[in-house]
Design a protein around this ligand. Structure first.
Ligand SMILES: [Cu+2]
Length: 119
């Protein structure tokens, strides 16, 4: 087999996977969302996405370390004061999901709550 034939076969394989929708589903959107946590509150406190969107979150902590936690999605990301953390997840569970700060060193963090709406 020549190198040229190998290359052509590889291309066919990649095209097949994409066509089957296993790698990148048709109509899938990447939603970029910026959220900040400061003074015991998230801003914005409500995020709406479409089901199966890939949600790319940039979470920034302001005054002190905070976390962005969603139990149903097994997400728990901590950002240090003045720093940001970026992560992605696929919004495959419809409904309303509470996000909160799970850090325990400060009582005020218990009041940090927001809602992720997956339509
Ligand atoms: Cu906090």
């Amino acid at each position: 087999m020549t190198l040229g034939k190998t290359g052509a076969l590889a291309l066919v394989c990649i095209a097949g996977v994409v066509g089957a929708g296993t790698l990148v589903a048709r109509g899938q959107q990447v939603r970029e969302v910026s959220i900040s946590g400061s003074q015991y509150a998230f801003s914005p406190a409500r995020i709406e996405v479409q089901r199966n969107d890939v949600v790319k979150v940039t979470f920034t902590a302001g005054d002190m370390a905070h976390s962005f936690t969603i139990d149903n999605y097994r997400i728990a990301k901590r950002a240090w004061a003045g720093q940001a953390v970026t992560f992605e997840f696929r919004a495959d569970q419809p409904g309303e999901h509470t996000f909160y700060c799970n850090l325990t060193q400060d009582d005020g963090c218990r009041n940090m709550k927001g809602t992720l709406v997956v339509r």
